[in-house]
Design a protein around this ligand. Structure first.
Ligand code: HAM
Length: 431
């Protein structure tokens, strides 16, 4: 085996090591609790979908569809894509499940990896993770407000610093085409100042002209018309109602007249949330309304609203750290013959809910104790030849450095052992 080259992880794909992973679980557990309180129900979706699901929903002119999808041909010739996001899958599942047929209301949440072949940098990966929410069948502004309030509440609970809601409206099929034409006309008058990408955007997806990062394009597009000034009466009323509901709850937001989402299925309310500590990739969550998508995938006319949080970014922005659980008992066999007794006690204590660090025999007492202390174990059960002969271990209180002869025989039942450890711990904290 020696001497072979090691194999590196794929670029943009990373391992989530225990300290971060532990935090992720806490983030997800808190999200699951908050979502349950808001009548959202868990949905597990496949990672692979037919390529056309995304090609048909995310938008032809978007970066995701144009250059970021992992698409390949399956052995039977089907074109498959590793999902770049989950909203399209959720719509498919909503229709496949039969819930969509009558346009029934359904509220889901999901979590898992997404895949986009972007240029990796801090907070941007090719495999990243989202926690997302999708609500089907509810068109009213109260739903937009309810979900935005839920999301801001969740971020506050996770101690995300400087979470800022950037809120806009993208209009609908009534008002957006006219606006898009005005924006395109504005850009055509400034053609020579725009980059090559913007020339393509002008043809494929003029709204994205507002999203170009090139400074000269930004300068040229200053003063461009914005969607918020061109909403039709219905879209304007919807947006005003959402804002009034947020204002009524004291939820702060920044109006984002130039907000464009990276995916094309949105209409009306659209938003992003930025947070401190993220660097250039500062959007921790994004989403909005997508009232046309269910029909676009062959279902009835069902309105929908949703968002997704980026978990890697949430972990960077959240103010929490989760300490590894300290073992309540380290079991330290000092002689080889103690292995059986050590394992047996560990099994019984763990079955009773005690966190146990079980060491194999073969190291010195000193080395074992050093490790138990490093791991912040509260107590150690020492099993040497004397203890085995007596059938009673020695328990060393590692917090106070006192030894107790285990009052119970080593073959005591699980519940007695667990009680002994618990009482011992209580005595400790009382003393
Ligand atoms: P999105 O804005 O493309 O929306 O992604 C949502 C969040 O995922 C972003 O705000 C960001 O935190 C995270 N994210 C996106 N790309 C990456 C990446 N390459 N690396 C790390 N994090 C990333 C959607 O995906 C929509 N499906 C959200 C939605 C649900 N809209 C309606 N329902």
């Amino acid at each position: 085996m020696g001497g072979q080259a090691s194999i590196a992880a794929v670029k943009g794909f990373r391992d989530v090591l225990p300290n971060e992973s532990r935090l992720w679980r806490q983030l997800e557990a808190t999200a699951a609790e908050v979502f349950a309180h808001h009548d959202f129900h868990p949905l597990a979706l496949p990672l692979l979908e037919r390529a056309e699901l995304f090609a048909r929903t995310l938008g032809e002119g978007t970066d995701v569809v144009e250059k970021e999808m992992y698409t390949f041909e399956d052995r039977d010739g089907t074109m498959l894509t590793l999902r770049p996001e989950a909203t399209a899958s959720a719509v498919r599942a909503y229709l496949d499940s039969g819930l969509g047929a009558q346009g029934q209301a359904a509220r889901f949440w999901y979590t898992g990896p997404m895949f986009r072949r972007e240029r990796p940098q801090k907070g941007r990966y090719r495999q990243f993770h989202q926690i997302g929410v999708e609500a089907f069948g509810q068109a009213e502004p109260i739903v937009d407000a309810e979900i935005l309030i839920m999301l801001m509440h969740l971020l506050a609970r996770l101690e995300v610093r400087e979470a800022t809601l950037h809120l806009g409206s993208l209009g609908d099929a009534t008002c957006r085409p006219g606006y898009r034409e005005q924006l395109a006309a504005f850009a055509r008058d400034r053609l020579e100042a725009l980059c090559g990408d913007c020339h393509r955007r002008l043809v494929n997806n003029p709204l994205r002209l507002l999203d170009c990062k090139v400074p000269s394009c930004r300068a040229a597009m200053q003063g461009a018309p914005v969607m918020l000034d061109h909403l039709c009466d219905d879209c304007a009323a919807h947006f005003a109602a959402v804002r009034a509901l947020l204002d009524g709850e004291g939820v702060a937001y920044a109006l984002a007249p130039r907000l464009v989402r990276g995916l094309d299925y949105y209409n009306r309310t659209a938003f992003e949330i930025t947070a401190a500590g993220l660097g250039a990739q500062d959007a921790v969550a994004g989403g909005g309304r997508y009232d046309g998508l269910v029909a676009q995938l062959g279902g009835p006319d069902v309105p929908a609203f949703g968002f997704a949080i980026g978990v890697e970014r949430l972990a960077l922005a959240a103010g929490l750290t989760i300490e590894p659980p300290a073992p309540q008992m380290a079991i330290l066999p000092l002689v080889a013959e103690a292995a059986g007794a050590a394992l047996s006690i560990a099994v019984r204590l763990r079955a009773g809910g005690i966190t146990v660090l079980l060491e194999p025999p073969g190291r010195s007492l000193k080395a074992l104790l050093r490790n138990a202390n490093r791991r912040q174990a509260r107590a150690a059960l020492l099993l040497g030849g004397d203890e085995l002969a007596a059938g009673r271990g020695t328990v060393r209180d590692l917090v106070r450095g006192v030894d107790h002869r285990l009052a119970l025989p080593l073959d005591a039942g699980a519940s007695e052992l667990v009680r002994w450890v618990r009482e011992h711990e209580e005595g400790e904290s009382a003393g």
